[in-house]
Design a protein around this ligand. Structure first.
Ligand code: PLP
Length: 441
C-alpha cells in the first residue's frame, strides 16, 4: 500500500539526490520509506499521511525543550517581524555570546572568553581547525575514528554518523593531500595519542575530539581521557578542540565539558564548538574559546572566516530563548526521561534474549547489539547491527520514531511527559522480539 510518504519519496528521488537533503534521513540502513514530516509539537511529530509518532530524533538533537516550544516560536516570530537578516551586528548576538560564555563555567574554570557565531556545526569545526592551524603555524590534525565533526574535507576520514551508516571509509572528492593532513587514531587510546605526538608532535596543530562520542552510537570517553588529551596536546604546543556540537547544552547547562568538570575532571579546551541546541532548532552554531586564540580570527587577526547569515536574527532569537529556558530543572527532566527509556530498553532486550548494552553519556544513550559497550569505532562496528532494522521498524509501526541508524544517539526532550514515555515503553517488548528474530548477514 502506498501512502503520501511513498508518493513524496518517489517525487523527491526524481529531483533531490537520494530524495533527501542529508543522507541518514533516507532510511538507507533500515530500509523502507522515510516519513515526510509536516509538523512537530512537544514530543510528537506528524507525517504527511497524518500519522503521529513519539519522537526520539529531536531534529538530531536541537529540540531540547521539545518541538515548537511556544516561547521559542514566539521569539522567532517577533524577530521575523523586525527583519529576516541584516548583514550587520545586532544587540541580540552580543547577548547570546555573553550567555554562552557565562554558562560554560564550573568553579574557577571558565574556558570561554570569546564567541563567534556561525550557521552550522560543520562551519564551526572547520573554522576551529583553520584557527588552530593559524595560531600554531602547523598543519597536522589529530581526530578519532568514528567521531563526526561535520562534512568539511579534512574531517571526513573514518567519520561517524552518515559516513558510518553508509559504511564509507571517507568521502570521494577529498584530495589526497588534504586527507593526509588528518591523522586518525583509535578513540579512548591514550597510548596511540602519545605515540602520535612522540613522532609528529612538532607538526600537530590540534587534536579534535567529540566531548563524548555520539556519532558511532554513544561511546563515552574513559575517565581522564579528555583531560589527558588536553595535557598531551598542550605539552607539545598543540591546541585541543572539544566538539560540543551534539553534547553542548544538551547533557548539562555547561555541556559535556561542564558535566565532567562538575564531576571533578576539569580540563581546559582551547576551542569549543557548539551547534544544535544552541540554535534552538534554527541554523546557528558557534566556536568559542580563549581570547588570545579567538582574536586570531578576522577582523582582529589573520585567520579568515565570514558568513552572510552568521548571527541571523531569527536563529539568535531561537538560541537565546532556548538557552534561557534550559534551566537545571530541564536537564533533570531530560536525564530522568532518559533513565526511564534506557532501562525499559535494556529490560525489553534482556527479556527477549538479545545480547546488548545501552551505552550512556549524560542523558545521551543508544543501543549497541554487543555484550560489551563499545569503547572505540572497531567495537561499534563489530556489533550485530543487523538487529537494528527490524527493531526500528517495529518501533515505527507502534508509533515511535527512532533515529534510522544504530550509530546515532536517541534524543529525549523536556517535553517527553508520562504519556510519551509510556508509549515508548509499551512499544519496546515487541521491537525487542523483532530484534531477537532478526536474521544475521
Ligand atoms: N560535530 C558533531 C559532534 C556533530 O554531531 C555534528 C552533526 O551531527 C556536527 C559537528 C556537524 O554539525 P552540522 O550538521 O550542523 O553541520
Amino acid at each position: 500500500m502506498t501512502d503520501r510518504n511513498d508518493e513524496l519519496f518517489e517525487r523527491a528521488r526524481a529531483v533531490i539526490p537520494g530524495g533527501v537533503n542529508s543522507p541518514v534521513r533516507a532510511y538507507g540502513s533500515v530500509g523502507g520509506t522515510p516519513r515526510f514530516l509536516v509538523s512537530a509539537r512537544g514530543p510528537i511529530v506528524t507525517d504527511a499521511a497524518g500519522t503521529d509518532y513519539v519522537d526520539l530524533v529531536a531534529s538530531w538533537g536541537p529540540a531540547l525543550l521539545g518541538h515548537a516550544h511556544p516561547e521559542v516560536v514566539e521569539a522567532v516570530q517577533a524577530a521575523a517581524s523586525r527583519g529576516l537578516s541584516f548583514g550587520a551586528p545586532t544587540g541580540a548576538e552580543v547577548e547570546l555570546a555573553d550567555l554562552i560564555a557565562s554558562r560554560v563555567v564550573v568553579g574557577d574554570a571558565r574556558p570561554i572568553e570569546r564567541v563567534r557565531l556561525v550557521s552550522t556545526g560543520t562551519e564551526a569545526t572547520m573554522t576551529a581547525i583553520r584557527l588552530a592551524r593559524g595560531v600554531t603555524g602547523r598543519d597536522l590534525l589529530v581526530k578519532f575514528a568514528g567521531h563526526y565533526h561535520g562534512h568539511s574535507d579534512g574531517l571526513l576520514a573514518a567519520a561517524g554518523s552518515g559516513v558510518a551508516t553508509l559504511a564509507l571509509p571517507g568521502s570521494a572528492g577529498v584530495p589526497a593531500p588534504i586527507a593526509a593532513q588528518t591523522m586518525v587514531l583509535p578513540y579512548n587510546d591514550l597510548d596511540a595519542v602519545r605515540a602520535a605526538f612522540e613522532t609528529h608532535g612538532g607538526d600537530i596543530a590540534a587534536v579534535i575530539v567529540e566531548a563524548a562520542a555520539a556519532n558511532m552510537g554513544v561511546v563515552a570517553p574513559l575517565p581522564g581521557f579528555n583531560a589527558a588529551l588536553a595535557e598531551i596536546a598542550h605539552a607539545h604546543g598543540a591546541l585541543l578542540i572539544v566538539d560540543e556540537v551534539l553534547t553542548g547544552f544538551r547533557v548539562h547547562p555547561a555541556g559535556f565539558w561542564g558535566l565532567q568538570a562538575s564531576q571533578g575532571e576539569v580540563y581546559t579546551p582551547d576551542i569549543l564548538t557548539y551547534g544544535k541546541v544552541v540554535g534552538g532548532g534554527m541554523p546557528l552554531a558557534a566556536l568559542a574559546g580563549r581570547a588570545d586564540v579567538m582574536e586570531h580570527l578576522a577582523p582582529t587577526g589573520p585567520v579568515y572566516q565570514a558568513g552572510t547569515l552568521s548571527g541571523n536574527p531569527l536563529s539568535v532569537a531561537a538560541g537565546l530563548t532556548t538557552l534561557r529556558l534550559a534551566t537545571p530543572e530541564v536537564y533533570e527532566r531530560v536525564d530522568a526521561a532518559a533513565s526511564v527509556v534506557a532501562s525499559a530498553l535494556s529490560d525489553a532486550l534482556t527479556a527477549a534474549g538479545v545480547v546488548h548494552t545501552v551505552p550512556r553519556a549524560g542523558s545521551l544513550f543508544g543501543v549497541a547489539f554487543s555484550a560489551d559497550a563499545p569503547r572505540d569505532y572497531a567495537g561499534a562496528l563489530g556489533q550485530e547491527s543487523w538487529r537494528y532494522p527490524p527493531f526500528f521498524h517495529a518501533m515505527l509501526d507502534a508509533g515511535v520514531s527512532l533515529p534510522p541508524s544504530v550509530f546515532e544517539a536517541w534524543f529525549l526532550t523536556a517535553a517527553h511527559d508520562d504519556d510519551a514515555l509510556g508509549h515508548i515503553v509499551e512499544a519496546l517488548p515487541a521491537a525487542a522480539r523483532a530484534a531477537a528474530q532478526a536474521l544475521g548477514p
